[in-house]
Design a protein around this ligand. Structure first.
Ligand code: SAH
Length: 473
């Protein structure tokens, strides 16, 4: 077998990146865009010793799990790896991905995982769920401004002003920006020459407040006839904030040019039995640069589970590591005695403090720094003084994909909280970290995945561990 050979494959499994997996003559082949259950004719694109890669040449018999994707550009864009797969099957894939990683990487017994892991929390509708979109601006072959996305591995833009994961308002806003650019001859930025002005348009939408924010990222200091753009955008219902981000070789500064420098959104507490809304909610100010979860509906479910797992009664001491703008911290603070949040980005901590004040929450304190530095420093310095926070009841962590730093985990074990709640966007690093915590005396009690990113292969997960005092070495 060699490159360019045509083979027949039945797709019997799916890889972690959503690719189809089939066997031919004892060899495993990974096939992008093939769906579980497909029978295909494939062209080999690369051969390794024990496996190979191939491309779909022809679908001989389509899988019964194939569905018609809402976006005809999904294969070229690459943002949605599994749009052609039935949503129920997508959820099954995500459930298995988390389960598999906990068993393979975490070393947990399959029987334990099957006993404690609840079914993945899915979305009602896996489209139009994102509250944030960033569209690059370029030019078509006639020089007209277009919005779109970069074709894989290139700097050329495929025009599209509607991403089916984003809200419908995105299109309306992009059309106004493009019409303004056309009318006043405002050039789009050209990656190759470094010339031109408009680089990107960032749009955020508050799902519960219906507030809209636009930030135009430019290669310069100002936009010509900017009042004309403002006129167009402020005619759109819900517009609350317009800013420009001066992004040149020398500067990177965001300036509000109309309205507030933020929009407000609410995160509601949901009942974790059926995920119905409760009356409890926290309001957040979101500025153009802030990190904020992109799927607000599923985030409410995820955070409600995290809060439930924390088991708070009103007097507990809690650390929230990797706290961002305090989203989880403020949720916890309503049910805890005291919450300490730690986050590496200073601006996010500013936002967290403002958000605490906005909600009248005064039992949350925030620290800027790396979790793996702030926590040990606190532990070493305050050993005899602040006993409450030194041995908290609960530690919550929500790290980026690479997971927790070893020093952070080590300090958590020294602090020995009653419970650890781990929110994760990468179940492989989650499993790796849980193994360390298990060896340090913790027992895995609860696991649940939440689908925040329908049509993609990503999945969020929340777990709870309890101290059982049996250190394993
Ligand atoms: N819990 C927040 C943010 C989660 S994203 C929310 O749900 O909104 C992960 C966060 O960890 C980001 O805000 C990132 O800036 C921060 N971060 C990354 N590395 C860090 C580190 N070493 N120490 C503390 N925070 C870190």
């Amino acid at each position: 077998m060699q490159k360019n050979d045509i083979i027949e494959l039945k797709i019997e499994d799916m890889g972690v990146d959503g690719e189809g997996i089939g066997k031919y003559d004892g060899m495993t082949f990974f096939v992008k865009d093939a769906v579980l259950g497909d029978e295909i004719e494939a062209r080999i694109t690369k051969m390794k010793k024990n496996y190979g890669y191939a491309r779909v040449e022809q679908i001989l018999s389509p899988s019964k799990f194939r569905v018609t994707p809402q976006c005809e550009l999904h294969r070229r864009c690459g943002g949605c790896q599994i749009q052609a797969l039935d949503y129920e099957k997508q959820l099954e894939f995500k459930q298995n991905k988390v389960r598999g990683n906990l068993i393979r990487i975490g070393g947990f017994a399959p029987e334990l995982i099957d006993r404690i892991m609840l079914p993945v929390v899915g979305m009602k509708e896996p489209y139009r769920y994102r509250n944030k979109a960033q569209f690059p601006i370029g030019a078509d072959k006639d020089g007209n401004p277009v919005a779109g996305f970069y074709a894989a591995r290139t700097h050329s833009i495929i025009p599209v002003n509607d991403c089916k994961l984003g809200v419908e308002e995105n299109q309306i806003i992009l059309n106004e920006v493009l019409s303004y650019m056309k009318e006043y001859h405002v050039a789009s930025y050209d990656e190759n020459t470094g010339k031109g002005l408009v680089r990107h348009v960032l749009i955020r939408y508050g799902f519960s407040t219906k507030e809209l924010m636009v930030c135009v990222i430019i290669n310069g200091n100002s936009l010509p006839k900017v009042e004309k753009l403002i006129d167009r955008l402020t005619a759109i219902d819900g517009m609350k904030s317009i800013s420009i981000n001066q992004n040149t070789k020398k500067t990177n500064v965001t300036k509000c040019i109309w309205g507030d420098p933020y929009i407000t959104d609410m995160i509601h507490l949901r009942d974790t039995k059926d995920f119905s809304l409760t009356d409890t909610a926290v309001a957040y100010h979101i500025s153009p640069q802030s990190f904020y979860q992109v799927n607000p509906v599923q985030t409410e479910k995820l955070y409600s589970l995290a809060l439930d797992y924390a088991g708070l009664t009103g007097k507990e001491t809690v650390w929230d590591l990797y706290c961002g703008i305090g989203t989880i911290s403020l949720f916890l603070a309503q049910k805890a005695g005291k919450v300490y949040g730690v986050e590496i980005v200073p601006q996010a901590i500013e936002d967290a403090k403002n958000n605490a004040a906005l909600n009248g929450i005064n039992n949350a304190e925030f620290f800027v720094g790396k979790a793996e530095e702030v926590l040990p420093a606190f532990y070493e310095k305050k050993k005899d003084t602040d006993a409450d926070m030194l041995h908290p009841d609960v530690i919550v962590v929500d790290p980026p994909r690479k997971g927790c730093d070893g020093v952070c985990l080590e300090t958590m074990l020294k602090m020995q909280p009653e419970r650890i709640v781990y929110v994760s966007c990468d179940s492989a690093t989650l499993a790796r970290d849980l193994k360390v915590l298990c060896e340090g005396g913790y027992e895995l009690c609860k696991v649940r995945a939440v689908d925040q990113f329908g049509n993609t292969t990503h999945v969020e997960c929340v777990i709870m561990m309890q101290y059982c005092g049996k250190e394993k070495k």
